[in-house]
Design a protein around this ligand. Structure first.
Ligand SMILES: [Mn+2]
Length: 278
């Protein structure tokens, strides 16, 4: 059996299918890790969700910002923008199945056996692995609880910018959610910049990628993440960024997690698949 992690799919079912053929994914024995943003701006979000749901325990997902945006929209808290191809899900007869599936997914997944951990945007460098896992659980409980709507009513916002262990209530859950699903840059006091999406060279003064800050609390665990398509593949041990811009017509990438050395396998993607790219 093999375990493969796959970058941000964003509703690009054709690219996912081609990549799984290329890596000879066996849905009877292999396991698939998906770094989040399963849906978003690509053409077939329902097809992607149908496939992942069909894999049952052979697929492991973490939620990305686009997945959370879909959930907020499903609770009537946001309008669907044309560039977000979410209407096919919201208008589908299986809408409830899709939404309930996403509400049960985690923000972080950790395999002690493989010694890999996965989060959509990354891990907060000032939290140990166990602190990252515990804090992600706080959000998971809010999503999986009897009434997730208040979480989504309070989810949007860039503040608080800095962690304080005394943070409580929605501010605390919003900071945690921003770390795991939106973070790209931090400063050396742990403040987040959630505006910048582009190249590292253009980052605001004093801010650097979160993976540039050494985290002694990770020990030798490796981290796979997505979310930052402008960078393409990031290989900075113990960190591996897998968002190679599939939805922008670049590539969809996979990595075999049991291998000691990182060996990226990818397929080219359709530059006409997204509305923005047309
Ligand atoms: Mn994202």
């Amino acid at each position: 059996m093999a375990t493969w992690a796959i970058g941000d799919v964003q509703g690009c079912l054709d690219s996912l299918t081609q990549l799984l053929e290329k890596i000879r994914f066996d849905d009877r024995s292999d396991q698939l890790w998906l770094v989040g943003d399963l849906v978003g701006r690509g053409p077939d979000p329902c097809g992607v969700l149908d496939f992942i749901i069909s894999l049952q325990e052979r697929a492991v997902c973490v939620l990305g910002n686009h997945d959370l945006h879909l959930l907020a929209t499903s609770f009537g808290l946001r309008q669907v923008k044309p560039k977000d191809r979410l209407s096919p899900i919201l208008q589908h007869a299986k809408r409830a199945e899709y939404i309930n599936f996403l509400l049960k997914q985690e923000l972080i997944y950790y395999s002690p056996d493989l010694n890999w951990v996965m989060a959509h945007a990354g891990l907060y460098p000032w939290w140990s692995l166990s602190e990252n896992l515990r804090r992600a659980q706080e959000v998971t409980h809010a999503l999986a609880g009897p009434d997730p709507k208040p979480f989504f009513e309070n989810m949007y916002g860039d503040g608080p910018a800095q962690w304080d262990k005394k943070l409580s209530g929605w501010d605390r859950l919003r900071f945690i959610t921003n770390v795991f699903t939106r973070m790209r840059l931090c400063d050396d006091e742990g403040r987040l910049d959630l505006k910048h999406k582009g190249a590292i060279a253009d980052a605001p003064w004093r801010f650097s990628p979160w993976f540039d800050f050494h985290n002694p609390g990770l020990s030798d665990t490796r981290v796979v993440f997505g979310h930052w398509s402008a960078l393409g593949i990031v290989e900075k041990p113990p960190y591996l960024g897998l968002d190679s811009g599939c939805v922008w017509g670049r590539r969809l990438s996979a990595v075999h997690l049991e291998s000691e050395h990182v060996n990226i396998i990818s397929v080219p993607c359709d530059p006409n698949a997204t509305i923005d790219a047309q």
